[in-house]
Structure formats: C-alpha cells, structure tokens
Design a binder for this molecule. Structure first.
Ligand code: E4P
Length: 223
C-alpha cells in the first residue's frame, strides 16, 4: 500500500519524511495557497526534499478541457516527469481530459470525488488513482463505508485504478480505511503525527529509562 503526505508545508514534509517510509506528497490548490508561498517555489522544493522514487501529485487549476490538458502537460514535465502525477477534478471537462492524458502516458489522479459513482467513471476513464474526499463525504452519509465499497467495486470489474483516500480529519477515519485494505491514503501532517505519537509510548519509555537508571546507574545498555 502507499502512504502519502497531504501537504505543501515543506518543513512538515521534511520532519515526517525523516523517520517514516513515505511514498510521496499530494497537494491541491488550497494546500499550496496555505503555504503562503509561490506555487513554482513549493513544487521545486518538493522535488528537492523528496527522492525520485517518491511520488509528487500537483493539481490543475484550469477548469476547461484545453486548459486542463495544457496545465497537465506543464505539471507532468516537473522533475523530468519522474513519478509526477497530475490531479484532475472529476468534472465533465476533467473526465474528458483523463483518457487523453492516459494515452499520452501521463499519470493521473482523479480528485474532488464525493461519491463512489464519480470514482467509478474516473476509473473507467483510465485514472491511475481516485481520491475520494472521505471526511467531506461523511457530511452526506457514510463516507468511510462508501470508500470501502468502492475498493470492492473496482476489484469486481478488474478496474486498475487505485483508491487513494483523501480529506481525512481524524485518525479513526484513516484507521478504518487501512483496516479495509485501501491501497493508498493521503493524510495531513497533524493526523499522521496523531497516528504515530501515542502519549502512552512516551510514558512507557520514560519508565523503562528510570528503572534502568535506578538499577544500573546509567541510561544505556552497556556502561
Ligand atoms: C487530497 O489530495 C485532497 O485534495 C485533500 O485531501 C482534500 O482535503 P480537504 O477536504 O481537507 O480539503
């Protein structure tokens, strides 16, 4: 399975990438604006802090078919095209652009997905990844359940698209989708930190160290 960081915060990406086996970074226009920096600068830095084996996902801003294709070509040329994928919203224009980009060999993630039905069409159009917005879907019903069902539906029809569940707001949403075998997730740094840093672990480690210190007068295995 693949685990991506959903962020354009370079410091947070460096922090997490230093100790977790991260498969890449997803961005969207809002995420990039939140960085308070110019998009070219952010994308360039992403290519510097990530290895070529780690995927970078950047989204088109244009909403018309020709504009989507032009921006997709620009994004796909980043880092010589190595593991750079284009995010395309599943609008009518976006769905029209996806097979064209696929035929050209461009990696595509269909985004802005609010239902398993939209995801189904994007998969049929040839998208490599499908990003259902889990938390936003939860505002309308069982977002987690719909995504689990989507993974099964794709398998049923032998559609190659991978679900990359997105828009998580808490650890439990991620947990449920990981437990259901979702092939990829993209998660914001604060939720990733909450998955990793359990206060109980810190307390246990402090206790081990204190007991060792008391018994042997040192905090290392050997003197
Ligand atoms: C993923 O790449 C999506 O764009 C992102 O997870 C959306 O998250 P939001 O619902 O917090 O905007």
């Amino acid at each position: 399975m693949e685990f991506f960081i959903d962020s354009a915060d370079i410091e947070a990406i460096k922090e997490l990438n230093a100790f977790l086996p991260i498969d890449g970074v997803t961005t969207n226009p809002t995420i990039i604006t939140k960085s308070g920096r110019q998009p070219e600068e952010v994308l360039e830095e992403l290519t510097e802090v990530l290895s070529e084996d780690q995927k970078i996902f950047a989204q088109v801003i244009a909403t018309d078919y020709e504009g989507i294709l032009a921006e997709a070509h620009e994004i796909a040329s980043l880092r010589g095209g190595k593991n750079v994928l284009v995010k395309i919203p599943v609008s009518r224009e976006g769905l029209k652009a996806i097979p064209v980009l696929k035929a050209e060999g461009t990696g595509v993630l269909a985004t802005g997905i609010y239902s398993a039905d939209q995801a189904f069409w994007a998969a049929k159009a040839g998208a490599d990844y499908l990003a259902p917005y889990v938390n936003r879907m939860c505002n309308y019903g069982d977002g987690v359940g719909q995504v689990v069902e989507l993974v099964d539906t794709l398998a049923l029809y032998g559609l190659d698209a991978k679900v990359c569940a997105a828009s998580f707001k808490n650890v439990d949403q991620v947990h449920q989708l990981l437990a259901a075998g979702t092939p990829a997730v993209t998660v914001a740094p604060d939720v990733i930190r909450a998955m990793v840093d359990h206060p109980g672990t810190a307390i246990a480690v402090d206790e081990f160290t204190a007991n060792w210190q008391k018994a042997y007068g040192r905090t290392t295995l050997r003197a």
